[in-house]
Ligand binder design. Structure first.
Ligand code: M6R
Length: 629
């Protein structure tokens, strides 16, 4: 939550860079905030340092409000500054609560992502000291504390002041500060909240993630937990909170600014839905040899240890948890290892049974979801081996895990996750097949066949996308619908949950997903004349197919007045008699079907939200990465 950008550069920096244009702090920060706005969009603000003075503008609402303010009342040209786009926690989304908070008579400006848990005690002490607060935020308290430490203890050393302040703060925070006496310095600190450094030529950057500076450089440095970093135009220096020097890990971002553009689609979500063939392809690439033997290079856990794994716990939240539910079916089928899927925020508040032979697999697009991060840390403390399936290079969860399997879906900007979901399923399937290969649960030929079928999925997703108009037309027709139910069985059940979540998130429609078998145990009471029900129907092929059972479920809801819309496999004629419309997907193995059946539901939600006139990419109350608990 909250997007953070920092910039410091020499005058003229950027002229030899990718955009060959001299950079100013304002241009760089605004561009970064545009890219990071998906993290929070309640308010935005910028502070710059010019001629020994800090000047700032901040405005409630989306970034465009700040841009209008800047047009009416420009900031001075500067080479040093910080910018913020907010997802409100302490204090409502008002101009006053927006960041930066400029304190100490205009000497210091600070922005923050996270929640400072002990802000009340610091505030009381600062008030007793005569400090007056203008906002309701915990951030202003951190700013005032930093100013006090700078003035009273740090002898004019801003880095030292940030180290001392960070030692005294509890909770989650990324802090960025500038001070009027340090014209070419931005100092930052992080605990339990994301921050990466971008390296330029005669300029350096800070961002909540690499999209904060991707227009200017692809060279980045990861920071570890509890670190302070000081950037100047020509240097960056990392320490811990006690001033001990530390090294950062440099990496190159493997996508460029163009990948974060809409490519002519009306929304990022639409574009990302259409990116899915590529996201799946990229996630599969380079993970197996010509004989179909999986070679997971990033797997840093000893194969001997993996052979001994007797339980897998999948930890995730939201859409990523639904990917975990899909993966459970495959992992248990292929590897015969009991697999539990648990919402990360529930996990550590019970007494989960974890042993050294438990493998904990976290799924997170951002790699920064606080609930998931805390659950992973808890699992590590309890002795589990941890593995991250993640889409964001340099993020915290993979860095703190024993092993990582990156999904290569490319940047996902829309708050509603789409391509990351499919890529997570694919990566979890690769893990399942890898374990089956190691442990000898499957013959190599069987693994090779499944991999070959996975390899055909991108083209099949493309076929679904080529037929998008059918479901999009239905979405437009249904724009005033009040309630939609989704039913599925087996791997179709988490797909139903995901279909419902998409609709809730971006179209604000009441939507629920159910296991179709559960209908008669309660949910069928919801069915009345005209109730819209989507049913994800399994393939009729195969001995153990649940097809006929799900067809009975369709009949049951239809008999009670439901309007039934069916997602079914090509050639399934049996469903036609019970459906107002059928949306066909290409044939595939039952376990791979979610990679196809999810797509029409994503298209439906995106089109319906757009037809209602909503902001598809930035739905109300949500942020892309939930970096607070
Ligand atoms: O970044 P993560 O995958 O850890 O995020 C988890 C959830 O917050 C996320 O999937 C959320 O549910 C999405 N908005 C769903 O579209």
């Amino acid at each position: 939550m909250c997007g953070i950008v920092g910039y410091v550069g020499h005058a003229g920096a950027g002229q030899t860079g990718p955009d060959s244009k001299a950079h100013t702090a304002l241009d760089v920060i605004l561009e970064g905030l545009r890219r990071l706005e998906y993290r929070g969009y309640d308010s935005a603000g910028i502070a710059v340092l010019a001629d020994g003075r800090i000047d700032s503008r901040k405005k409630a609402g989306k970034l465009t409000n700040l841009e209008q303010e800047l047009a009416a009342d420009p900031l001075p040209s500067s080479q040093t500054g910080i910018g913020h786009t907010r997802w409100a926690t302490h204090g409502g989304p008002t101009d006053r609560n927006a960041h930066p908070h400029v304190v100490d008579g205009g000497n210091l400006a600070l922005i923050h992502n996270g929640i400072i848990e002990n802000f009340a005690e610091h505030k009381a002490a600062l008030v007793a000291d005569g400090v007056e607060f203008l906002s309701e935020t915990d951030t202003e308290v951190a700013a005032a504390l930093l100013a006090k430490v700078y003035n009273d203890e740090a002898e004019g050393d801003l880095t030292r002041a940030m180290q001392l302040t960070s030692q005294r703060l509890e909770g989650a925070f990324t802090l960025l500060a500038i001070h009027k006496d340090h014209p070419d310095v931005v100092v930052a600190s992080r605990r339990n909240s994301p921050l990466v450094v971008g390296l330029g030529d005669g300029e350096n950057f800070l961002g909540s993630d690499v999209s904060g500076f991707i227009d200017f450089t692809r060279r980045a440095v990861e920071l570890a937990q509890d670190q302070v970093v000081t950037i100047t135009p020509d240097s960056f220096a990392i320490t811990d909170f006690f001033g001990n020097p530390a090294e950062g890990k440099e990496f190159t971002v493997d996508w460029d600014a163009a990948a974060a553009e809409k490519d002519g689609y009306p929304s990022f979500m639409q574009k990302e839905i259409h990116d899915q063939p590529e996201a799946v392809l990229q996630t599969l690439l380079g993970r197996s040899d010509i004989d179909g033997r999986l070679t997971l290079d990033e797997m840093r856990i000893d194969p001997e240890e993996l052979k001994k794994v007797d339980k897998i716990i999948v930890l995730a939240c939201g859409t990523s948890a639904y990917a975990g539910h899909v993966a459970k079916y495959a992992i248990e089928t292929w590897c015969r290892i009991p697999t539990e899927v648990e919402l990360a925020h529930e996990f550590r508040y019970r007494e989960p049974i974890i042993t050294p032979t438990t493998l904990v697999v976290s799924l997170s697009q951002s790699g920064e979801t606080m609930d998931t991060l805390m659950a992973v840390r808890y699992a590590k403390e309890q002795g589990a081996r941890t593995m991250a399936i993640c889409n964001t290079n340099g993020s915290t969860i993979p860095r703190e895990s024993d092993a990582v399997l990156y999904t290569h879906a490319g940047p996902e900007i829309a708050v509603a996750s789409t391509k990351a979901f499919l890529a997570q399923i694919v990566a979890a399937y690769l893990l399942g097949l890898y374990l089956a290969q190691l442990r000898g649960n499957k013959f190599q030929g069987e693994i090779k066949d499944i991999l070959a079928d996975l390899g055909k999925i991108p083209a099949k997703i493309q076929t679904v996308l080529d037929n998008a108009e059918q479901i999009q037309a239905l979405a437009r027709e249904m724009k005033d619908t009040q309630s939609v139910l989704f039913l599925g069985r087996h791997v179709g059940f988490p797909v139903a949950l995901e279909g419902a979540l998409k609709l809730k998130e971006i179209a604000y429609i009441h939507a629920e997903g159910f296991a179709a078998g559960e209908l008669k145990h309660g949910p069928i009471a919801l069915i009345e004349e005209g109730q819209v029900v989507f049913i994800v129907v399994p393939s009729p092929r195969g001995r153990d197919s649940l097809h006929s059972k799900v067809v009975s479920n369709i009949q049951e809801v239809r008999a009670r007045g439901a309007r039934t819309f069916v997602i079914a496999e090509e050639g399934d004629e049996a469903v036609k008699a019970y459906a107002e419309q059928v949306f066909y997907i290409p044939e595939t193995q039952p376990l791979l079907a979610p990679l196809l059946t999810t797509v029409p539901l994503q298209l439906f939600a995106a089109e319906l939200a757009a037809a209602k006139g909503y902001d598809v990419d930035q739905p109300r109350n949500l942020a892309k990465s939930v970096t607070v608990e």
